[in-house]
Write a protein that binds this ligand. Structure first.
Ligand code: ZN
Length: 136
């Protein structure tokens, strides 16, 4: 069984296409100029419906996280244990992702992270994050 993969729609396709190119893009409202996440059809701040895409630094900090030790489906069993985290990007928005390439017990709220990209298939790449330091 393979893990569930993104199902891009018109609002999210630019995000996933950029991820495939190992770039992290955020929708930036052309009216109020704020960035937000996740990609939506309408700006959550001013309700405008036109966006540019702004390249994020890929840097942020861990806002919250959990260590998953029991797979929610057989598709995730091979990854156990793994970290699901909410990352507060330096640009402001938060996104949910995985923290990879580290001992899950080394992860702490407030740790700085940087984006990486996990190529799952030729068509599917997931933005993930790595710790900028390995211990506290
Ligand atoms: Zn706006």
């Amino acid at each position: 069984m393979t893990r569930p993969l993104p199902q891009p729609d018109p609002a999210t396709s630019p995000y996933w296409n950029a991820a495939r190119q190992h770039r992290l893009l955020l929708p930036k409202c052309t009216h109020c100029t704020r960035v937000h996440f996740y990609p939506k059809a309408i700006c959550p701040y001013c309700s405008a419906d036109t966006f540019d895409w702004s390249e994020a630094s890929g840097r942020g900090t861990i806002y919250s996280f959990t260590i998953v030790k029991r797979a929610p489906s057989p598709a995730f069993e091979a990854q156990l244990p793994y970290v699901v985290a909410i990352v507060a990007l330096d640009e402001g928005p938060c996104l949910m992702s995985n923290i990879i390439s580290c001992d899950p017990d080394a992860v702490h709220v407030g740790d700085p992270v940087k984006v990486g990209f996990l190529d799952i298939t030729d068509e599917d790449t997931l933005p993930v994050f790595e710790l900028l330091k390995t211990s506290k």
